[in-house]
Design a protein around this ligand. Structure first.
Ligand SMILES: C[S@@+](CC[C@H](N)C(=O)[O-])C[C@H]1O[C@@H](n2cnc3c(N)ncnc32)[C@H](O)[C@@H]1O
Length: 274
């Protein structure tokens, strides 16, 4: 089959099997297998598509596996990141947090940056690639996620990957910036997640009873790693804009920022000195 035929077949197959966003998934799957970008579909519509691979993709999509895991990679900010079972799929709203960090960090001379709970490394690695004068430490606890982090960081000289629990102590230089997109879903809401999100690791999502456990850890344990003029950047759940302020007692100038959809999504805060 060529690209056009494979797309028509895949769309019909996914639709008939009740897979949501069948059109988008069919297009992404076929382009991924054909090794072309989405925008190149028309100009490559006669290219050959490996049917064995397509059959495998379609079967996995039918069983509810996320498109990104099936493809094994996903675009984030200005790069492609390897993803798969065991690691959180980078989200578009996290690109906004990444942009915020880059905008601030580019005014600093040689910023030292920690990306806590780094997962695939999408935030830290994107910042490091954009700012060659920065040095980024990415800390991740899950061994499964860490494999992707290391793979994504390969060849990026200004990133160090650390397999570790942010509850523990680390031997690190003082940081200018700490950024984190930690797990922030309330434990009670975990069972209400969409079928595909449930395929992502619960360790990447579950933020404890009120969703704020990890912000408290960052508040209690990580202030000491920040320089006195250091700054904290966090992603939060859309309903956490108010409660986050109580969790961050060691920080001042706490500003909640909205994402492009108009939801509270990011927090910027300064260290309280003393
Ligand atoms: C919401 S995901 C974010 C991943 C990535 N930063 C992103 O934005 O796509 C949270 C990550 O925190 C990791 N994690 C959970 N508990 C941790 C801990 N105690 N220490 C370090 N990382 C942890 C999870 O394995 C997961 O990769």
């Amino acid at each position: 089959m060529n690209v056009k035929e494979a797309y028509d077949y895949s769309f019909a197959f996914l639709k008939a099997n009740g897979v949501d966003e069948a059109e988008n998934k069919a297009l992404n799957a076929v382009c991924c297998i054909a090794g072309i970008k989405l925008g190149e579909f028309q100009s490559h519509k006669d290219d050959f598509v490996n049917m064995k691979r397509l059959a495998d993709f379609l079967w996995r999509l039918k069983t509810g596996e996320p498109l990104q895991y099936v493809m094994g990679k996903w675009d984030f900010y200005e790069s492609e990141f390897f993803v798969g079972e065991g690691v959180l799929i980078p989200r578009p709203e996290t690109e906004e947090l990444t942009e915020l960090v880059i905008d601030y960090a580019k005014s600093l001379e040689k910023p030292v940056i920690f990306d806590l709970c780094s997962g695939s490394g999408c935030i830290g690695i994107s910042v490091a690639k954009k700012l060659s004068n920065a040095f980024v430490y990415c800390i991740e606890k899950s061994k499964d996620a860490y494999k992707y982090l290391e793979r994504n960081a390969k060849g990026v000289a200004n990133v160090e990957c650390i397999l570790g629990d942010i509850n523990n102590e680390f031997d690190l230089p003082s940081a200018d910036i700490i950024v984190s997109n930690p797990p922030y879903i309330k434990s009670g809401d975990m069972k209400t997640l969409q079928k595909e999100v449930k395929k992502e690791p619960s360790m990447a999502l579950d933020g404890g009873d009120d969703g704020l456990d990890f912000y408290r850890i960052i508040n209690d344990k990580w202030k000491k790693y920040l320089k006195d003029n250091g700054r904290l950047f966090l992603e939060i759940g859309e309903d956490e804009g108010e409660s986050i302020k109580d969790a961050l007692s060691a920080f001042s100038n706490i500003t909640v920022k909205k994402d492009l959809s108009g939801n509270d999504r990011m927090v910027v805060a300064d260290k309280v000195i003393g």
